[in-house]
Design a binder for this molecule. Structure first.
Ligand SMILES: Nc1nc2c(ncn2[C@@H]2O[C@H](COP(=O)(O)OP(=O)(O)OP(=O)(O)O)[C@@H](O)[C@H]2O)c(=O)[nH]1
Length: 366
């Protein structure tokens, strides 16, 4: 393909935020945007959500140009669009830096491939793949040592160039040390930064990821700078044991397996089990009844978020639920946003969730 890169203009750095559902990607995104704005830089965001509505976009500075890829996971159903979205962002907004926040169910390698493909004909430079890990969640999954969520989290960790071990407030000191050891074992390249609410020097974080890239590129010589860049990184990641199940995965690739011996030649097996239920409310519900409903969500629902009007409060609320912890925050939504909640999980009973919510809506309000 003919290069249309304008050599005189500097490349636009691109950062990919990966990490399991609810690990803290949006929390970090908000901090990164603040950091760049303080430096008088103009960031732009590609936001991907499994649900039909971009709820996370509500808590990002409204001046920041944002491309939304909704209703599917960036690494499969909407992957083909990513290059186009990046091209549009660059042409229309001329940002100084781009961040891609993937869905928590995304396979980061697919996004990495899409970005590096695009960088062959656009002035983009992938700087780092930051994976955020929910310390308590990983600790729980590690004890069980099985399940698709565990495998996906492992992939996200293995493919990172820098790891943020977040939510350390939810684990004990000894657990924290064990987790740091585990992350180093699974990914010997990436520096591990323990955090609470993704609180870290942004300079340190952005610099950490970049070092690893140089290190990985050295493994395969100058190929990092050439058209083979994508594959250099992909292979580096695969040799550490990822099991991505790419579209183009062939039988030989399937011999690279995770620690737990499962093989896959089907595309995107890492998250095809994930389902999403989006509920649009027609009536405000009682806040306490809703809190009780959230507290009793089945374990298979591992993430929920939404914007709600309660019958017993004046303000609207942004609610979050991740790995059995919920959070409510007053919010004045940007634009005309309906009352909506999104539930993400593994083979859960969507009808039961819907019926419970309809029941809450049906309760007569005084
Ligand atoms: N206890 C605790 N909660 C945290 C921490 N960091 C983030 N959270 C909370 O975890 C929830 C999920 O955080 P987000 O930043 O939205 O997570 P995310 O990865 O963007 O979620 P998805 O986009 O749905 O995958 C929110 O309620 C955050 O306030 C932390 O260090 N400790």
């Amino acid at each position: 393909m003919m290069s249309i890169i304008n050599e005189k203009k500097p490349s636009i750095p691109v950062y990919i935020l990966s990490g399991f559902l609810g690990s803290g990607k949006t929390t970090l995104l908000v901090k990164l945007i603040e950091h760049w704005k303080q430096q008088q830089l103009r960031p732009a965001v590609v936001m991907n959500e499994l649900g039909e509505v971009n709820l996370d976009g509500q808590i990002v500075d409204e001046e920041v140009p944002m491309t939304e890829m909704l209703g599917g996971c960036i690494c499969c159903t909407v992957r083909g669009d990513l290059g186009l979205q990046l091209a549009d962002l660059v042409q229309e907004e001329s940002p100084d830096v781009i961040v891609i926040e993937a869905t928590g169910a995304a396979n980061p390698m697919e996004i990495l491939d899409a970005v590096t493909e695009t960088s062959l004909y656009m002035r983009l430079e992938l700087k780092s793949l930051i994976t955020i890990v929910d310390a308590a969640h990983l600790s729980g999954l590690y004890q069980e040592q099985k399940g698709k969520t565990f495998k996906l989290m492992q992939e996200q960790i293995r493919c990172a160039s820098v790891l943020l071990l977040n939510k350390t407030d939810r684990v004990q000191e000894q657990q924290l040390q064990d987790l740091e050891g585990l992350l180093h074992k699974w990914n010997g390249f990436a520096p591990v930064i323990p955090t609470v609410k993704c609180e870290v020097s942004m300079e340190k974080l952005l610099h950490s990821g970049a070092d690893v890239h140089i290190h990985q590129s050295n493994i395969a010589g100058d190929a990092w700078k050439n058209a083979g860049e994508t594959h250099v990184h992909t292979d580096a990641c695969r040799t550490q044991g990822c099991n991505h199940g790419h579209d183009h995965t062939d039988q030989r690739d399937s011999n690279h397996s995770s620690d737990h011996g499962e093989h896959s030649v089907k595309p995107h097996t890492s998250h095809e089990h994930v389902m999403v239920y989006t509920h649009y409310f027609s009536q405000p519900v009682n806040s306490e009844a809703f809190e009780q409903f959230v507290a009793s969500l089945p374990r298979d629902v591992y993430r929920a978020k939404g914007i709600l009007s309660f019958s017993d409060t004046a303000s609207r609320f942004w609610f979050q639920y991740a790995y059995r912890e919920s959070d409510y925050m007053k919010i004045t939504p940007q634009g005309d946003v309906p009352d909506v909640a999104v539930f993400i999980g593994e083979h859960f009973d969507q009808t039961a969730i819907r019926e419970q919510l309809l029941e809450l809506e049906a309760v007569k309000q005084d």
